[in-house]
Design a protein around this ligand. Sequence first.
Ligand code: NAD
Length: 681
Amino acid sequence: MTSPISTRMHGDVLIVTSNNPPVNALGHAVREGLVKAIGQADADAAVKAVVIICEGQTFFAGADITEFGKPMQLPMLPSVVDIIENCTKPVVAAIHGTAFGGGLEVALASHYRVAVPSAKLGVPEVKLGLLPGAGGTQRLPRVAGVPKALEMAATGNPIGAKEAFQIGLVDRLIEGELLPHAVAYAEEVREVRPLPKSSARDEKLEEARANPGLFDMFRKANARKFKGFDAPEYNIRAIEAAVAKPYVEGVLDERRLFMELMTGTQARAQQYFFFAERKAAKIENVPEGTQPRAIRRVGVIGAGTMGGGISMNFLSAGIPVTIVEMAQEALDRGTGVMRKNYEASAAKGRITADQVEGAMGLLKPSLSLEDLADCDLIIEAVFENMDVKKEIFTKLDKIAGPGAILASNTSYLNIDEIAAVTSRPQDVVGLHFFSPANVMKLLEVVRGAKTAPDVLVTAMKIAKKIRKVAVVAGVCHGFIGNRMLMPRQVEAMKLLLEGATPQQIDKVHVEFGMPMGPFQMSDLAGVDIGWHRDPTRIENIRDALAAEGRWGQKKGAGFYDYDEKRTPSPSPRVAEIIEEFRQKTGTPQHAIDDQEIIERTLYTMVNEGAKILEEGMAQRASDIDVVWVYGYGWPVYRGGPMFWADTEGLAKIVAGLEKNGFEVSKLLRDKAEKGEKLSKD
Ligand code: NAD
């Protein structure tokens, strides 16, 4: 096999080129090739300097993550970068595309770094639950300074080459062709001695030593963002070691911290999730080569909470949208909210004023469904009512052009029943966005019994275009996400009657890592959602709250009381209502501990997820995990409910479910008995 690393001389500069598509990942052959090339530079007196450059779209974009979890073949990256730094000739890293992770570590070990202005540099390891373990945590603060290194390593966010140049991480910005300029740079520096080694630099560490409060300030400022995650703290500690200890000792700390992360559950969960997200795009049972339909204009029906957000996704991606409402007032209100949202983003500097006008300029508001005749994809987002939806789809069938895709954003309703009122059920699909639809990354693509393969392929493609992560779901009540939410909500309400408080249940969920618990979620979404709106018919605690106008945050009262800043506090009135229902229903009370809450509200979700898998309503367990991480904020460091169940132990889950009298999914029981895992399908 030929090596992905080749060398050639240009004058007295040795050009070391990597050609390892698609992203020049630092797999075994690349590492071996780099060591050989540096050996060649050292051995050959004719070589006065070295340029390391990559072909294709990018500089080394990181480790080869397919090697994760397998025994690593030597040489390992830490020794490769040391060999580069110890080369007796100056080494220049010539960067384009992304120098990420191991790629940036190679660049940091090089004596000089030059980059094109569009290049990006970063250490995203933290996003996979790791730290840059090839000297990155030790060299980066020495070159970029401690504050920047902390930010880059602990958040994983990259910086652009221009910023990198300003802070000294890049020595020269190259306008024009990279290779000849990099070679010219190498010729300029070839006589400079001693060679500038990143590991030997100290001046930027000295600055940090003068400001010892720096680390705790950084921790405090990011406490919310890092909550629950191990890896950010480990990155911080490794950089602390860089400041506090000599390089050789700091590297040992880095190695130890890296190994602790690598062998922990969080890194496994985050790496699992990385692949889960990519797998979700694959649709089963679709003929290979199925081509998507062209989507030039999108129609949205309903300019309410969802319709507005849905439209914004397409407008932001440059796709024109026709939005239809029933009355001018609702239309104006809806489009007004969209403009306000865009303007708020502009005020925060996320987009420009021109982009606001550009997006809004692509919007055509209308009061007539007939105006949707030229749309290639029409998404209905009106009230959650089957009769209303049927009426709309009947009309759409007459209005929409041939081949137009007719989609519903319904949360629970049967897509097949909606499709049946049209003469083209093959063109009907569910596109279930999550609220706020312009923000949430998840899109459930609901596959009806008759949905055509090219409609599904189009849905997945358009999802990508509007930067959503799409997951295919089957037709069932609540699809994947909301269906699994149901047992959780039911049990949470029962627990209230049996003696728990809303705050106790919410606390267990928040400590688990969810952004909020079941009752906080109800208050945010609206306690009145799905309420029958008859204040005299009070059948449960929710009805009682809704009847009193306790509709949640929007009314300043729900399961909690809220002050004007929307800070929640436990509500004595809610405690009274719960007590009334306890007495009215004669529910026996018992002491409820955190474990019982976990078993009844989280194990039940796992059980429902297993039933969804068993029925084929999800294509694979990892899709369920994608739904929960991107749709409901399940902590990614726990992988998702299916992955988490495996770490908890399926036998323990089954026992917990049985103890509480739940009917256990056959699939879950079988897997538990065989010692198999749910998330490995
Ligand atoms: P909403 O009440 O905020 O908005 C619905 C809008 O549709 C209203 O503005 C109404 O005037 C308009 N409308 C009703 N009938 C119409 C018609 N015949 N022609 C044109 N416009 C019409 O409701 P929403 O929260 O945006 O929900 C819309 C759909 O999205 C529902 O099916 C809901 O289940 C689903 N959904 C909602 C959420 C959520 O969190 N709100 C999340 C996912 C999915």
